[in-house]
Design a protein. Structure first.
Length: 243
């Protein structure tokens, strides 16, 4: 939001009484603290996903008797951790938006020595959110944001490691990076087969999975500005979920 847009949308509002400033400042610090806790929990979940992916790739490359499908199956663990992190991001977003509400509507006028406030009835909105806490985004959108920011890179690295592991497998079932590895695209294609599953079915499942991830990322990218709730001070009907 540009400075001209902010200036054009300012309205006059009654300043808070001085007796209310200190409690609100302490409340702001508490909300920042709770947001930091949930941020740390999200980082822990990401670390788990990276550690699990590293362990799966290490085991698959170190032991030729381990099937290559362990890597894409390990992606389901990463998918589960991503869903857990999406839930945590929903809670983090609740506290983040409250702090942004105070920063935009309370601290900015104090910093600019201006009693003009942004529109939207932010005090009423904050009071209602404290009385009836609610999520500001759905589970699918929150998880999609984590996929867009972090987990897509983990999935891409797993895919590259999977292709490398398949390419390192010789036609006789042994694994070596020199001498007996696949030398033609036909051999690489055949190595994707696993047990009764033909190669085309394994590759089709992989293509559909990454196509779904791409569609998820595209859908999340079309979402409106997450801070729109902060500036407008309201949420449209159907865009909040009780906690």
């Amino acid at each position: 939001m540009s400075e001209s847009d902010v200036s054009s949308r300012r309205v006059q509002g009654d300043p808070l009484p001085s007796s209310a400033v200190t409690p609100i400042v302490h409340y702001y610090r508490a909300e920042v603290g709770r947001g930091d806790i949930w941020r740390q929990r999200m980082d822990v979940t990401t670390n788990w996903a990276v550690a699990a992916s590293t362990a799966i790739v290490s085991v698959t490359f170190s032991r030729p008797d381990v099937p290559h499908v362990l890597i894409p199956l390990g992606g389901t663990i990463v998918l589960l951790l991503m869903c857990i992190e999406g839930r945590r991001y929903r809670l983090y977003d609740v506290f983040r938006r409250r702090t942004r509400l105070l920063e935009a509507h309370l601290f900015v006028p104090y910093l600019l020595h201006d009693t003009a406030l942004l529109p939207g009835g932010w005090r009423q909105q904050l009071a209602e959110d404290l009385l009836q806490p609610s999520y500001k985004m759905s589970f699918w959108r929150a998880t999609g944001w984590r996929l867009r920011r972090n987990y897509i890179w983990v999935f891409l690295l797993l895919m590259l490691c999977w292709i490398a592991r398949v390419a390192a497998q010789a036609p006789d079932g042994h694994m070596a990076f020199t001498g007996r590895h696949v030398k033609t695209m036909g051999q690489l294609y055949e190595n994707f087969a696993f047990g009764p599953l033909p190669a085309w079915l394994v590759l089709l499942a992989a293509v559909l999975f990454f196509a779904a991830l791409g569609a998820w990322i595209w859908w999340v990218g079309r979402a409106p500005d997450p801070d729109k709730w902060v500036y407008n001070g309201r949420v449209r009907s159907g865009q909040s979920w009780p906690i």
